[in-house]
Ligand binder design. Sequence first.
Ligand code: SIN
Length: 298
Amino acid sequence: MFTENPLTPHIGAEIGGIDLKSGIPADLAQSLRDALARHQVLFFRNQHLDIEQQKTLTQIFGPLHQSSYVEALEGEPYVIRVLKEADEAGGTFGGNWHTDFSFLESPPAGSVLSAVEVPSVGGDTLWVSQAAAWDHLAADLRELLLGRDALHVGKPYGQKWAPSAETRSGASMKMLRGDPNADAEQRHPAVLQHPVTRRRMLFLNPTYVSRLDGMSEQESQPVLDRIQAHATSPEFCCRFRWTPGTVAIWDNMATQHFAVNDYFDHRRLMYRTTFSGPKPVDLAAARHAATGPDALTS
Ligand code: SIN
């Protein structure tokens, strides 16, 4: 049906032998969803999708999700333009480890990013497997996190954690900033269980998580720093070099990602759509609540 070339043992696969423009029948759509669950991020080169085709592709993974806080493309409420001009100073959109909009009550289940114009070198994106990170997490941290919530806030868009002017992404990305509502805490389990693979995975990221439940920000920070250092180990990462026309699709619950801001003097243009899915839950913890402690050991 298509070829699948893993980029690393833990995360990422390049999918070949497929033209995403020529219609995606139900059996192919199911195979792509399965491949995404296995690899957590998929890459398709030479696709050159237009906006309609990108939205159609996105919807085989879930209903289109409307991004808050980032202005949508005119006339396209579900599409954002990820752009940095060649002469733009400052940070880049997504230039820290993050999980897209994890501070929402229902964060997007995944994202689709389609490259239009990319630097000849630089502007790569990294993804890291939070399932692999969980599998190799130290026992004391597993014990601390299992069954515990984390509090997420929209730090880049609020007042309390507003980023400095130098680190903000530049003028090409139109964002709503300084909104006190973005500082409101949203609770999600620190550890999820994947609905398809049933693998456990960390659901924490430094861009949006402010603290662990039952702990202050000051108490949480050293623990979160230790977890994050582990959760972004190179062994659990893949790094992707973009070419024009490439499409990436990632599982937002199972990964963090990071856009590398190393392409000064080059323009980089992408379009991003996101899709909805079930709310982040730890299925095993839910089973535990219903049936007793054995469920928590899986
Ligand atoms: C994002 O965080 O969605 C943007 C990633 C990128 O531009 O590589």
